[in-house]
Ligand binder design. Sequence first.
Ligand SMILES: *Cc1c(COP(=O)(O)O)cnc(C)c1O
Length: 400
Amino acid sequence: MANRRTFLQLISQAPLVGGWFASSAVAAPSTKTPDYFASLGVKPFINAAGTYTMLTASLMPTEVMEAMSYASRRFYRLSEVQDAVGKRIAELLQAEAAMVTSGAAGALTCGTAACLTGDDPKKIQQLPDVTGLKNEVFVQKAHRYGYDHAVRATGARLVEIENAAELERAASERSAMMLFYNDADPRGQIHADEWVRLGKKLRITTFNDASADVPPVENLSKYLKLGFDLVTFSGGKGLCGPQSAGLLVGRKDLIAAARLNTSPYSDTISRGMKVNKEEMLGMLVALEMFIKRDHAAQGREWERRCGVIASAAKKFPSVTTEVVVPPIANHVPHLYLRWDDSKLRITPREVIQRLRAGDPAIEACPLTDDKQLVFTVWMLQSGEAELVARALTKILAKPV
Ligand SMILES: *Cc1c(COP(=O)(O)O)cnc(C)c1O
């Protein structure tokens, strides 16, 4: 129980003493959170771009924030939290085992380290020096990407191959892992099912990076069912969990070895990729919420938002719109706007700049070419599609 002094302090701070005191449901007096970022001069914006790390990716539901705040109030043994949260995540995803990592990139590092070291303490300590360790990681040429830096950080050496024959020829006792970048599947010659088959045949661990590949919710277990040994997902993209969290799921022995290669153990390659109890619990709660969500209703809402923005834009000369859903990563509606700039004298780049400079500020998808303006609507909050439509109308009405 609070002592008398703090109790009186609480009462004196409450703006409507009678009000909150009378209602027993209210546990604590309301304190107004200061607008910290405003006082620091950091401005918010409406996110019509998507789950970009640079744009702080996604927003956590209130329940996730509350779970993190709950977790912050007491001490717990970190390994017990990871054990329990991992077990529950594994059940949800029908995986042998799971752990919460520092984002998918952190999962790539400690997951790769697991393939290099197993549970051998000497080898774990030795990384990134790979003398005497198996350290070759196969990857298809078409699957090379920026995030493979997180794999190379362990001391692993990427060996590029393009087809099954090359892979079989190159496999040896130095082979540690076969990395698969899920979104690149259509671009490579060896597809997911064959990659898994080859991994089993050659007895090399297969790791699928499916970081940006939920929704759909089925993907959370699809790649394990296909036979991948390890799979990672970002926690802070479509799952709307903590931005600094991710999931590593798969074989029990590998998850155990991945855990030995990271925090809380000091002398490990991933020690800097720390995850505390708040992110672990927040990740679990976000995952549960994501699985339970009415995905069909959400899909209809995203369509509606695209419609709101598209119909505002289509009032202007020559504007055409198209909704595109990429097949694997970011599998959500992307609204494309195109126009003839001899009829509407503004470029997509200029529209993006004016949206960014507007009030409220709005971020559209980064420009890939200056032929179209692209929005995603899945990170918009209630009422924001209308604000985007209004801002766009204002800009297109005064193109120059
Ligand atoms: C975003 C992404 C990552 C990194 O994920 P984080 O959760 O931000 O660490 C890794 N791989 C792919 C394919 C991604 O899209």
